[in-house]
Design a protein around this ligand. Structure first.
Ligand code: ATP
Ligand code: MG
Length: 390
């Protein structure tokens, strides 16, 4: 098997957007496979065909493609001439050594001018495989599915379809800024927006030197994991301890968490505008903690003018944890750290912040100056995937 056939959902696409969509998908596939020697990616009806310059490490190719959003499913395939005898002999050769007791053939004709119909190919090839393998045909639950694709110039076959990551290609929905904390929720929120086609820029607020650097190390690991899906990421590390210190010096405890959050949003928004991003993403989930009541969300949100996307807002903690495990962020997120929002805050923060009280508190410290301080002292780091070896 020397090529990969990628299938994407066409239904999700308006007709006019399709070339743009496939172009992005191609570009992302090239990025994901860049170190494996991609020779060409050909557009076929509802499919892309990836060929390589050399034999590939199949496991690596499969794991890379599984992370590319916009792929519905894919198969490792082998090229054959457009001739049933040739297809039969190559399929039999490839089946050599595989053990299976039942199978089915699934043919797609990308070229309807081929002299046999799909059912005819299924029948003839099926009879041949049955005779040589002794396996029976099972159309509903076969152990092995043999996929055949007839194209205008050549044909391909492969075994089994591997499920893809679904969604839309990263880049198709624009750029957004993800507020990432090192906790369980925000990396899942980031993943979900990436799956909807957003390219993410990450912002993390840390309280060093007042708290240790664990949260920064965790966020670097999390961003590296998420970069598997977008190949190039920028992470801004914003020093927040000094800002918190000034807030603490100026206002009493109850509203501090809400005030911190509003400052985070303002700084994230300034960074977003500088990078031409169109929205902010948080890992908030309604009612999960005291700061995430509707009242508090409303008051926090008013500090920003860009839309705030909260992809987890209606999810249960357990659902979020399950997804964190699936996407490979849970273990890193579970490393104990000192969350910057726990710094100088009451055990029971206000759950119903009132806008008038917030305004009054914010008149006691230099909001704009502190936002500028955060933006100017943000340190940008870049992450790439696959890791550069040269
Ligand atoms: P998470 O699991 O993502 O930390 P959480 O359940 O702990 O979320 P909060 O602490 O209320 O919830 O934070 C809500 C959201 O605010 C986070 O999901 C994240 O998007 C953002 N946020 C909180 N702390 C930080 C931080 N230090 N840096 C960047 N964003 C943060
Ligand atoms: Mg948290």
């Amino acid at each position: 098997m020397d090529s990969v056939l990628i299938r994407y959902h066409e239904i999700a696409l308006k007709k006019g957007n399709r070339p743009y969509f496939t172009e992005l998908l191609k570009r992302n596939l090239i990025a994901a496979l860049q170190d494996l020697g991609v020779k060409e990616i050909r557009s076929l009806p509802a499919r892309l065909l990836v060929t390589f310059n050399n034999t590939i490490d199949q496991q690596t190719a499969v794991s890379r493609i599984r992370s590319v959003f916009g792929v519905a499913n894919f198969s490792l395939v082998e090229k054959t001439p457009r001739d049933l005898d040739a297809i039969e002999s190559q399929v039999l050769k490839a089946l050599n050594g595989l053990s299976f007791s039942s199978f089915r053939i699934e043919t797609q004709r990308g070229d309807k001018s081929f002299h046999l119909t799909s059912p005819e190919i299924n029948r003839q090839l099926g009879a041949c495989v049955k005779e040589h393998s002794g396996a029976r045909v099972d159309l509903s639950k076969p152990e092995l599915t043999i996929n055949v694709e007839i194209l205008p110039k050549d044909a391909f076959f492969g075994f089994d379809k591997i499920p893809g990551a679904g969604g839309l290609p990263v880049g198709a929905s624009g750029r957004v800024v993800s507020l990432i904390s090192g906790g369980i929720d925000s990396p899942v929120a980031a993943y979900r927006m990436m799956q909807r086609g957003c390219r993410l820029i990450f912002v993390h607020f840390h309280s060093a030197p007042y708290l240790d650097k664990t949260s920064q190390e965790k966020v670097r690991l999390l961003v590296a994991t998420l970069t598997r899906h977008q190949y190039l990421s920028r992470l801004y590390l914003v020093p927040f301890g000094e800002i918190q210190r000034q807030i603490v010096a100026a206002v009493a405890r109850p509203l501090r968490v809400v005030l911190y959050r509003r400052m985070m949003l303002r700084i994230a928004e300034a960074l977003a505008r500088a990078d031409k991003a169109q929205a902010l993403v948080t890992g908030e989930s309604l009612g999960q903690v005291a700061s995430q009541t509707l009242e508090n969300m409303a008051v926090i949100q008013q500090a920003a003018t860009l839309p705030i996307l909260r992809p987890l807002v209606g999810m249960d903690k357990q659902e979020i944890i399950d997804q964190a495990r699936r996407i490979g962020t849970f273990d890193t997120s579970s490393i104990p750290d000192q969350d910057c929002c726990q710094l100088f805050v009451p055990k029971h923060p206000a759950t119903k912040a009132r806008f008038a009280d917030i305004e009054q508190d914010e008149s006691k410290f230099a909001v704009n100056e502190l936002v500028r301080y955060g933006v100017e002292n943000a340190i940008a780091e870049e992450f790439t995937f696959p890791p550069q070896t040269a």
